[in-house]
Design a protein around this ligand. Structure first.
Ligand code: APR
Length: 240
């Protein structure tokens, strides 16, 4: 009995740029989050120890913004590609590895999603390890719903911390036929190192408003807004 082997195993790595047209800010664009907030204050464990109220307010603000936005055509196109794999229109397999902490991929209908930098709509208890879903505000004295201790923090991976799901991500990268980056500046590791890791065995494609920092790492670059370029790329795949 022969095992079914999808002809096209694709790993898509997404960054803040895919959610920009939904109304969520990126980090490093001119008007991005890091132009107004200090990374050391709001995106490190040391910053959280120094001023947990400042950090909680930062993520509370982003959580409130997330409640007011919707997935866009780029998120929807990737969800459509996953559906096409399930219903046999496409002989492939899609895994989305996202650096984003928003839930727009899932809200668009994608299921095969790994959040390597955590999730904004979860908090984590540093006492009991619970990671409850969290849609509203969380403050330093907010009790954990499981152990009732006031030791909750955003369930986000900060600089200096180890990203999540790295074993599954490494396995998928080792076995992929195509690797596609969408809306990421390629400046933060380990994600920024994935393309060099797969170049020997996978086609590499970058989709972004701007050309990649190291164009030689990519076999193809699709320059333009994600809401236009991602649906075009998916139509091409499904048409092929
Ligand atoms: N369509 C396509 N690409 C876009 C769009 C758009 N509409 N708008 C912006 N971009 C691109 C920018 O050109 C840039 O290359 O998205 C990229 C956003 O880059 P960053 O702001 O650096 O975001 P990202 O790469 O996701 O950051 C990585 O850094 O701050 C940390 O943990 C945070 O996960 C984040 C990580």
């Amino acid at each position: 009995m022969t095992q079914h082997h999808p002809a096209d195993r694709i790993v898509v790595l997404t960054g803040a740029g895919i959610s920009r047209e939904s109304g969520l800010e990126t980090f490093r664009d001119a008007d991005g989050l890091w132009s107004r907030h200090n990374i050391a204050d709001v995106c490190t464990p040391e910053g959280f120890r120094r001023d947990p109220m400042l950090v909680d307010r930062f993520y509370n603000g982003r959580r409130a913004e997330l409640a007011g936005v919707q997935p866009n055509a780029a998120h929807l196109a990737l969800a459509e590609l996953e559906r096409a794999a399930h219903d046999g229109r496409w002989n492939g397999e899609l895994l989305i590895v996202t650096q984003n902490i928003d839930d727009l991929h899932e809200r668009a209908g994608s299921h095969n999603v790994l959040h390597m930098h955590g999730e904004l709509r979860r908090v984590r208890c540093t006492s009991c390890g619970a990671t409850p879903e969290w849609l509203g505000d969380c403050l330093p004295d907010t009790p954990c719903p499981a152990c009732h201790r006031p030791t909750l923090r955003p369930d986000v991976v900060w600089f200096g911390e180890v990203p999540l799901h790295m074993d599954r991500i490494e396995t998928a990268l080792a076995g992929c036929d195509r690797f596609v980056t969408i809306g990421t500046s390629g400046t933060v590791y380990p994600a920024a190192g994935f393309v060099a890791q797969v170049r020997d065995h996978a086609e590499t494609v970058d989709i972004n408003l701007d050309p990649p920092q190291v164009p030689t790492l990519f076999d193809r670059t699709l320059i333009g807004p994600a809401t236009r370029m991602v649906p075009q790329w998916v139509i091409e795949l499904l048409g092929a």
